[in-house]
Every structure is written in structure tokens, then in C-alpha cells.
Design a protein around this ligand. Sequence first.
Ligand SMILES: [Zn+2]
Length: 300
Amino acid sequence: MIKIAYSPIYKYQLPEGHRFPMAKYELLPEQLLYEGTVTEEQFFPPERLSEEVLLWTHTKAYWQKLQEQKLNRKEERAIGFPMRLDLIERGRYISQGTIQCAQYARRNGVALNIAGGTHHAFADRGEGFCVFNDFAIAANYLLKRKEAERILIVDLDVHQGNGTASIFKDEPRVFTFSMHGERNYPLRKEHSDLDIGLPDKTGGEVYLQKLEAILPLLLKQHQPDMVFYLAGVDVLATDRLGRLSLSVQACKQRDQYVFETCRAFKLPVAVSMGGGYSQRIAHIIEAHANTYRAASDVFG
Ligand SMILES: [Zn+2]
């Protein structure tokens, strides 16, 4: 059975008019259940990430600053959410959800987290709506516990996975691959093991060609035993931030292709949600739901 991490704590209370579409964390499970793509028993509430595991990825200084709510205004603005203790709690549950998804994926082929993909969090700071880096936390957990030996991170959010790239720059067991809009945030990119920066308005055809040319090669060359997939839907043409102009259909083909390829290589894949900033929330939900539909098609 395909397992899905979800907790009501994922939806963080934001002030009216905030530009982050927080409602998606509630609407996506609703939609998936309503249409019958998933059933109640597939959902599991993640546990709370321990401080010990958190500190395998993030610095003690950053962790203390968060706990004591001592971020300065600039640091808080970089994260983009109002800082309260429940934001820290939320991040702990989301990150643990990704760890548990990785473990479920090893049993069932795939598992998905209805949040996460917080790839802009560095070891010592957060930015871009990211407090903790869930992929980094989960990857470090698996390596430390010897539940995986070589990991591939496939980051197809429209924004570069700068935090992830930075955290793993000296870790040969984790290969970081980011395909993103070259002119999208962050302005100053980090070096992933492989970066493909695409021009504005790339569109689905070229996008999928690039992906199909590279993903099987990476799997052959790096030989991972675990894949993390960041399935951001800010690649859509309707997205207010993204610049790549994919149709909803192309975005679904992307997800489908990643799943089929991982399955063909018999590799477990843990999925986190990532960004999505279309004007209409229906577009966001439809594209995120497609990730789940594709996972069910391929692994169901
Ligand atoms: Zn993004």
C-alpha cells in the first residue's frame, strides 16, 4: 500500500492575504480522498523529529536561535513566514514525515509527504519558506543508520535546491541533481552535483527531453539505493513565480516519468511536495494531485 505522510499541523496559520497558498495542505488530501485516488488508511501521521537527528543536519547555533525565537528581522524575512514556536514544531513533523516516507518507500516502492521539499534551508539558516531541510535530514538519517548507502536527490522544483546543494557539497554518497529556472530565485545559485538551469518559457517538450536524457544516466552512474524526488509544481505556466511554462499535462508526464524510471531501476522513491504558486489554487491542487495519481498508476 502506498503510504502518505500527513498531519493537520502542516497547515500553518498565516495572516490574511499572505502570498503562500497554505490551504493546499488541507485541500490536497481532501481532493485525493474525494476522487478515490487514495483511501484513509494510506495516510499516517508522522512522529516528531528528535533533536538528535535534527542536529545531524542543522547547526546547534541555528537550532538554539529557533528554539529561543531569536532570529533577527532579516533572518525571519528570509524565511518568509511569521516566526512562532509552532512553525518549528511543524517543521519537525514534516521532516520526520520524510524520513518515514523513505522507510515506507523501501518497503512499497514509493511513499509521499503532503508537505516538505524544503530545499532552501541551509545547515545554519532558513529561507524561501523553508526552516529545516527535510531531504537533507532524511538522507543523513538513512546514511547514519545504514538504511541507505548512496542517495540521489532529484529536485524538479522550479527553484534551485540551494540549501540541499550546500549541505551535501562534501558528501559523495549523496548526489544532488537540480533542474530549475535559471532566472528564478535564488539569484545566487549554489553548486549541486548536477545543475540544469533552464531558460524562461522552456515548455514541456524541451523540459521532458532534458529529463529523459539525464535521469537514467544518473541512476546508472551514481548507482543510488534510494531516491528522493522533489515534485514542485511551480514549473506550471500558470505559476506566478516560476518561469518554465509547463502545461499541467507536461507536469504530470514529468512525475510519471520519474516514477516509471525509478521503478524500472527497482529504486525506492520518497516524494516531497515542494512549491506551487499559481493564482488559482485549483491549478496547484490539480498538479499536486497528479503526482499522487501518477504514483498510484505506476506503483499501485
Ligand atoms: Zn519552488
